[in-house]
Design a protein around this ligand. Structure first.
Ligand code: GDP
Ligand code: MN
Length: 338
C-alpha cells in the first residue's frame, strides 16, 4: 500500500489539530535535505525528530539531495522513518562544482589564507561548493521545481517541541517569505568584500529594494556598513518563489560573478539573509519563537512559557541562544518594535 495507507493518521491528532489549526489544508511544500552518504545516521536522526514532532501529522514530502548518488542502504534507512514520501536527487554538476572561470590560483590563495587564520572550513573546497549550491541552486533542482515552499533540515539537528501548527500555511496566509529561529554574527573573515558588492548591486538595481525592509537588522548606518547579523540558514522555512524571482536571480548572478564563494568563503546564510532583508518588507520575515530548534552548538527554546508548555518542549528556556551575546535577536526585536 501507499505510505498513507501504511501509516493512517491517528484520530487524536485530528482532534488536537482542530480549532484554529487547519490540518486539512496543505501548502505546496517540501522538506529539503542536503546530505552525504556518510551523513546517514545523522540524517535518520533528524528526520525521525521531524516526523515525531511535526510531520507524522502533516505528511509533507521530502527531497534529499547529493552530488553523488545515494547508496541503497542510505535510501532504505531514510525511507523507513518517513511517513509521507521521499525523492532522492542527484545534483547536476554545473550546480555544484567550482566553475571553470574561477581563477584557481586566486582561489587556492584564498583558501590557504583562511586556513592559516584558523577560520572554520577555511581550506575546504567542498564546503564552498555547498554554500554556493545552497545560495543559488537548490531551488532550481528538477525535484524542487514543483514546490513553492521548503523547510530545510540538516543531519543531526533537533526539534525540541511539538510543532502544533503548519508553519508553511502560517507564512503563506500572512504574506511572508522567510522564517527563522536563530540569528547571529558572521565571521568577517569569510566575507570581507561581500557588503561592498551588495552596495554596488543596490546602486545598479534600486528597483529591487523593498520599502520598509529589514536593512536596520543588518546595518546601524542605513547600509553603509554591515553589522554581520544574519539568519542561521541550517533552519529555514521559506518561499522559493522569492529565490526564483527577478531580484534574487539578479542578485545571486551578480554575487556569483564576483567569485567570492571561492576566493573568500561566502556562506549561504549571509547571502540569503541579506537578500531577504533588502528585497522583502521586514514584516515578510518571521521569527518562529514557538519552534524549539538545535543545531550544534546552539539551541533556540521558546521564550514564551505558554508556547513551551503547549509544545511539550524538552529544551531549557534559560539556555536559549536568544540571550547569548552572539545572538542578533535583540536587534531583530528592536527593528520589529520600532
Ligand atoms: P555547518 O552546519 O556549517 O557546520 O556545515 P555542515 O557540515 O552541516 O553542512 C551543511 C549542509 O550541507 C549539511 O546538510 C551537510 O550534510 C551538507 N553538506 C556539506 N558538505 C557537503 C558535501 O560535500 N556534499 C553533500 N552532498 N552535502 C554536503
Ligand atoms: Mn550543519
Amino acid at each position: 500500500g501507499t505510505a498513507a495507507e501504511k501509516h493512517p493518521v491517528p484520530e487524536e491528532y485530528l482532534e488536537l489539530n482542530s480549532g484554529t489549526l487547519s490540518y486539512n489544508r496543505k501548502a505546496n511544500a517540501t522538506f529539503v535535505v542536503l546530505a552525504r552518504n556518510s551523513d546517514l545516521e545523522n540524517t535518520v536522526r533528524s528526520i525521525r525528530r521531524m516526523e515525531d514532532r511535526f510531520n507524522r501529522v502533516h505528511r509533507y514530502p521530502y527531497v534529499i539531495l547529493n552530488e553523488v548518488p545515494f547508496t541503497d542502504e542510505f535510501k532504505k534507512r531514510v525511507s523507513n522513518v518517513i511517513t509521507s514520501s521521499v525523492e532522492f536527487g542527484l545534483i547536476p554538476k554545473e550546480h555544484w562544482f567550482q566553475p571553470d572561470w574561477i581563477d584557481e590560483e586566486k582561489a587556492t590563495a584564498g583558501r590557504k589564507k583562511l586556513e592559516e587564520e584558523g577560520v572554520i572550513y577555511g581550506g575546504s573546497v567542498s564546503y564552498r561548493n555547498m554554500c554556493r549550491f545552497n545560495s543559488g541552486f537548490f531551488f532550481r533542482h528538477p525535484l524542487m521545481l514543483k514546490y513553492r515552499w521548503y523547510w530545510r533540515i540538516e543531519p543531526d539537528i533537533h526539534y525540541h517541541c511539538d510543532v502544533n501548527f503548519d508553519p508553511f500555511l502560517f507564512l503563506e496566509d500572512h504574506n511572508k517569505i522567510y522564517g527563522f529561529t536563530i540569528s547571529m554574527y558572521e565571521f568577517e573573515k569569510t566575507i570581507p568584500t561581500l557588503w561592498g558588492h551588495v552596495r554596488d548591486f543596490m546602486k545598479l538595481h534600486p528597483e529591487y529594494i523593498a520599502e520598509d525592509n529589514a536593512m536596520g537588522f543588518m546595518s546601524e548606518n542605513n547600509g553603509e556598513t554591515y553589522n554581520l547579523c544574519h539568519f542561521w540558514s541550517n533552519f529555514e522555512i521559506a518561499d522559493m518563489d522569492f529565490w526564483r524571482g527577478p531580484a534574487y536571480t539578479a542578485f545571486f548572478e551578480y554575487l556569483d560573478k564576483q567569485g567570492g564563494f571561492y576566493y573568500e568563503r561566502w556562506g549561504d546564510a549571509p547571502v540569503h539573509s541579506i537578500a531577504a532583508a533588502i528585497f522583502a518588507k521586514k514584516d515578510q520575515i518571521h521569527f518562529f519563537d514557538e519552534i524549539g530548534y538545535e543545531h550544534n552548538p546552539y539551541t533556540h527554546c521558546p521564550k514564551k512559557e505558554e508556547s513551551w508548555e503547549r509544545g511539550r518542549c524538552g529544551c531549557d528556556r534559560g539556555r536559549s541562544f536568544d540571550y547569548d551575546g552572539y545572538s542578533c535577536l535583540s536587534k531583530w526585536d528592536r527593528l520589529m518594535e520600532g
